[in-house]
Structures are given as C-alpha cells and as structure tokens.
Design a protein around this ligand. Structure first.
Ligand code: MSK
Length: 635
C-alpha cells in the first residue's frame, strides 16, 4: 500500500487519519505551495541586498543582471555556496559541541559522560598523530579534544585542519592543496564564504565555487571529528538487530521520540529511561518506557544501542498522528516547526532542548552537559505525565515494522572482513572487487524531499544496484528509508542481491557470526557518519596505491533536501566521487556553474555531480560510471 506522496505503508495508513482530523502535513503544505517560484528553482533570485530582490530572466527577454550588475553566474554561485556554508556550520557546530564535551569529560567536569570506548580513543589519537603511550585516558582525551578544537582556531592558512589531514589519502591531500581548497579553520572558511558573497565582493563564479568547495571540505572535517569523538564517548557501533517504521511505537508504553542530530542528550535520555521505567509502569504503562528514534538522532542511538527507528525526515509528523507519542524530544536540525502545532492537537509534549533551537509553542528544557541527568529526568517525567493524558480512542499505530541489522561503522566492517582474513581484513573486499563479485560500492546519503514520493528513489535505485552486485552503504535518512522498507535484513540479501554479491555477503556474514548474510544495505550511521564510508574507501585506495577518484565508488542522494546535503554532496565530488542527485539542484540558471559542477569538476577533482531524476535511469548511469572506473583500473 503506497501513495503518490510516499511509498511508506505507514504514510498510506496515517495520511487519511490526518485528513479526517483536519491536520495538515508536509505534503499538504507542498501542494499549497504550487506552483513554486521558477526563479528560485533556477537559483537566479538574489536577495543578498535590499536593492533587490533581483532575478535574471532565464528566457533572455528581461533583465540579464541584477541592480548591482551581478549576472546569473554570480548570483547562482553565491546562492549555492551560502547553502554550503550553512551545511558546514550545522555539521561543524555539532562537532564542536562534542569536542567541548570531550574536553569536559577529560577534565572530570561532566560526570554524566564517560569514555565508553578507550580503544577507539587510542586509535583516534594515533590518527591525529598524538602519542598515547603510557598516558592516562583522561590525558589522551584532553589532547584529542584540543587538537579537534584547533580546527576551529588555527590561523595559519597553510596548515590544513587536523582532521582532514588525518582522513584523506596523501594523493588527495596533494590534489586539494594544489587547488587551494584545503580548509585551515572551519569557522574561518565559513566566515569567508559569508564575507565574499556580501554585495560588492567576489563576483567570479569559478572563484566563488572553489571557495564553496573549501567550505564543503570544512564540512567534511567537522563531520569526521563529530563521528569519531562520539564513538569514543558513546561507543563505536557494532552490528545489532533492531526494527524500523512506525510499528515500533507501543500502545502500552510511554513512547518518547528522540529527534534531531546530536547524541549528547539522547544518550542520557536512554540511560535515564531505564532508571525511570518503574515510574512509567506505575503510571499505567504496562510496557514501561519505549524510546524511539527519528532522523539522525534516531540513527545515532540505533547504530549504537539498537533503539528502534520510528521514521525518517518526511514523516516525522506522522509519528505524532499515531496519537501514541507522549513526548518528542528534539535537539538540532531537520525538526519541522509544525511539530509543535501537531503535538498540541494531541497530548504530546514537544520538548526543545538547545537554547539556539527553540520552536514556538514547544516546552523548552534547557539542556546542559553539566546537568544532563537532571534534564533527562525532567524530560522523561514530562513524558510520563503526558502518557496519563493520552486519549486511547485517538491511538492509530500502523502495524508496519521491519527487522533491521544495523551498526556497520568502519570498525564493524573491518571486524566482519577480519573474520575471513584476520591478518589482512581488506584483502577479501579487494579480491572480491577485483574479481567482479562486487562490481562496485555505492554510498546512499541525504534526506527525503516532497518533490519525490518518500523513499521511492532510494528503494528503486538500491534494488537495481544490488541486483547488479553493487555493495550498498547508507547513512542519514537514506539509511532510514532502507531500514523501514526491510532492506537492512538478511532476507533482503537473499531476495534482492545479485548472485555474486549474495555469495560474498553470505560468506562474510556467516564468518562474522551472523548466522547468514550481511544485510543488503549496511547502515553506517547518521548524516555526520558519512565520514565512515570515506575512511573505508581511503583504506582500500591506500592499499591499492591509488586515489579515491580511481575506485569503483559512487554516491547517491536521490531525495536530497537540506543545505547539509548540498555540503556533503560537494565534498563527495571534491574527494573524487561521482555523486548522483535525484532532485534538480537550484543551479541550472547558470550554464557556467552547472558545467563547472557536472563536467569541469571531473578534470579538477575526479568527482562530479550527475543529475538524474528518474531512479531507474539513475541506477543505470551509476552502473556505467562504476564500469568506467573498473575499466580504467584494468579489472
Ligand atoms: S536528518 S539532513 S533530513 S539526512 Fe540527518 Fe535526514 Fe537530511 Fe536531515
């Protein structure tokens, strides 16, 4: 059962409920917004100063420059790199928050947190060139935190950020340095983008785009540190069996949805929920407290602790329309402002927690790492109180959930491969790529977008690539799509993988103790965890003595939406990865910018954007690119 708005059966079940109750959803608002502004779609609307807004006439009859004289190329380039700056700021602010927390842990100032994975901490130290020999864990943590914060402070323009320098192949670093796009300081690079796009500054579209690429690489730096430090503090993901889709909501439990991105709060909510379970039962919840995830906070706690994922971005409102979510606790990013209005239609507490991310109408609990347990107790208490007000007659939990095996970070993938060859874990992967059992690797990332039926492009492309023996990795709301639709299960491998891919996944999964194949799509984590895929790819490239742009590796963001997705897609291109977009990017008002990002980028970086809105054709194009790369490698 699907609709033309979503292929998620939960949406088909709940959208009529919303309609009957007069609750508008993201799909209603999308419809009301039609027709959308053509100038904006082409990227040729400029709102950078108050002489405007200006827009260039794409048909050539009207104005061809803005009032200041900026042409379409300049306007488009400025608009898109401002999006990159916002994406980089979002990921990197998340990273800074974790780095500061790590520093607090190291200094013994944050008793709610510990270093849960000391081995990871030591491996991070080694990556950053920090000697951890004979040092106390706290001392190592402090050095790592300071080295990470240095990426926000360094003023030496010739010294690249610590994390990017540790994460990329030497060849890639050399190429990026040659193009002057290696970031030296995340904050400075974001500020430079904002400064150079002010009225009357940089108007050279090529120069602007290169500045944007530097910003995207700053985004990558922030993601690397957010991911790796989170692993040290909260634990490194390992394979865990869980479930996904709205059927994970339990009628007999106090359901608390954790939503957003940053694990600093959600981790403590999970811990505190266990301690307050009896309180929930006393309030009448026979199944105690049930934590469920939405978006990337959901992915963070899913891959680390097996907390079930309720849904991904586009159907966050539908979780509330079940009438059985007692509290939705949000931190930062991708939270629709509409949730407070919908929560108010029910008994649901919408609780914001970050001082710089409030929502009108929501309750605010001011979260501080120093008072994390107290804050979490207060939040869980509000959820229990709300449960008592729940109207059982308005509960509509769709009976859809799928088993998902998740938690395939770099270490878990290497661990699974190590079960086949302990001495040389990469060898089974490389051998199977070389002999064609694995035709290539595809990383799926990015969001949902109302411009395409929710999850449909992810699922269509993945099934076609899997049938053609492509190994599939996923993060963010893409991972959420696959989990909800059962593609992170062993059964999916049996059903959809091509014969040679199935044999490889079965051999690795069985050797790794999974009693069967690895799931069809490997869940690597949240949006910031895209850095994990680069780490695996970098290890393969180093081992083969090649650069990332030579590997049969592609990326796809078929339902991209956010500024963060623009930043991720751009660094993916800069790292040499052909990157598919299934949504028309808002750049086509400039032939020059479009050519730069889809063609010239190939010469400069090896990676480039491929735009294809039809998911079947997108899969074919990705297969063609994989084959080109194989041919060039002589395999
Ligand atoms: S949450 S950025 S909708 S992936 Fe990471 Fe999902 Fe995109 Fe937000």
């Amino acid at each position: 059962m699907t609709t033309n708005q979503s292929i998620d059966p939960s949406a088909a079940a709940l959208l009529p409920v919303a309609k009957k109750q007069g609750i508008s959803t993201v799909w209603d608002r999308h419809k009301a917004m039609q027709p959308q502004c053509g100038f904006g779609q082409l990227g040729v609307c400029c709102r950078i100063c108050w002489k405007g807004p200006c827009r260039v006439d794409p048909f050539g009859d009207g104005p061809q420059v803005g009032i200041c004289g900026a042409n379409a190329d300049t306007i488009v380039a400025r608009n898109v790199i401002r999006m990159i700056a916002a994406g980089a700021a979002s990921h990197s602010e998340h990273g800074r928050h974790i780095a500061l927390a790590l520093l607090g842990v190291a200094k013994g100032e944050l008793p709610a947190y510990q270093i849960r994975d000391e081995q990871k901490l030591r491996s991070v130290a080694a990556k950053l060139g920090i000697n951890s020999e004979g040092k106390e864990i706290a001392a190592i943590a402090e050095e790592i935190a300071l080295a990470s914060l240095e990426d926000f402070r360094n003023q030496d323009h010739d010294k690249p950020c610590n994390w990017i320098a540790s994460a990329l192949t030497a060849k890639r670093l050399e190429r990026l340095a040659g193009l002057h796009v290696l970031p030296h300081n995340i904050d400075a690079v974001i500020t430079q983008i904002m400064a150079r796009t002010h009225v009357g500054c940089d108007s050279d579209p090529v120069n602007l785009i290169l500045g944007g690429i530097k910003g995207a690489l700053a985004d990558f730096d922030g993601m690397c540190l957010a991911t790796e430090l989170s692993d040290a503090v909260f634990g490194t993901p390992s394979p865990v069996v869980t479930a996904a889709n709205l059927g994970v909501i339990k009628e007999g439990a106090v359901n608390i949805a954790v939503h957003g991105h940053n694990p600093l709060l959600s981790e403590i909510v999970c811990d505190v929920a266990l301690l307050m379970d009896d309180e929930a039962r006393k309030a009448g919840a026979k199944d105690g407290i049930n934590i469920i995830g939405i978006c990337c906070t959901g992915n963070e706690v899913m891959v680390r602790h097996g907390i079930p994922l309720a849904t991904n971005y586009l159907s966050q409102e539908l979780a509330l329309i079940t009438g059985a979510v007692d509290a939705m606790v949000v931190d930062v990013q991708c939270i629709m402002p509409s949730v407070s209005e919908i929560g108010a239609c029910f008994h649901t507490e919408i609780i914001t927690t970050m001082d710089d991310n409030k929502i009108t109408g929501a309750r605010h609990v001011r979260f501080r790492e120093e008072t994390a347990v107290e804050n979490a107790r207060q939040i869980v208490g509000f959820a229990i109180d709300a449960f008592k007000r729940r109207d059982p007659l308005r509960v509509n939990i769709p009976d859809f959930k799928q088993t998902a095996i998740v938690g395939f970070g770099t270490e878990a993938i290497m661990g699974a491969l190590g079960a086949i060859n302990a001495e040389d874990p990469l060898k089974p992967l490389i051998d199977n790529i070389a002999n064609g059992n694995i035709r290539g690797i595809a990383l799926f990332a990015g969001c949902n977008n109302t411009q395409v039926a929710q999850d449909s492009s992810f699922v269509t492309i993945a099934k076609k690539l899997a049938k053609n023996n492509v190994l599939l990795l996923a993060t963010g709301c893409g991972a959420g799509s696959f989990a909800k639709h059962g593609l992170m299960s062993q059964e999916a491998t049996d059903e959809y993988a091509g014969e040679s891919l199935k044999a490889v996944l079965t051999a690795i999964g069985t050797a790794a103790g999974l009693n069967g194949p690895l799931p069809l799509v490997l869940h690597m984590g949240s949006c910031v965890d895209n850095s994990r895929a680069v780490e695996v790819a970098g290890a393969v490239a180093n081992r083969l003595g090649v650069d990332l742009d030579q590997l049969p590796l592609v990326a796809s963001a078929p339902e991209a939406m956010s500024e963060k997705a623009v930043a991720i897609g751009t660094w993916s291109v800069a790292l040499g990865i052909p990157t598919h977009l299934g949504i028309m990017p808002q750049i086509t008002g400039s032939a020059m910018v479009t050519e730069l990002l889809t063609e010239t980028a190939k010469e400069l970086f090896g990676g480039y954007f491929m735009v294809e809105l039809d998911p079947n054709q997108a899969a074919d194009k990705l297969l063609t690119v994989i084959d080109e790369r194989r041919k060039a490698l002589g395999i």
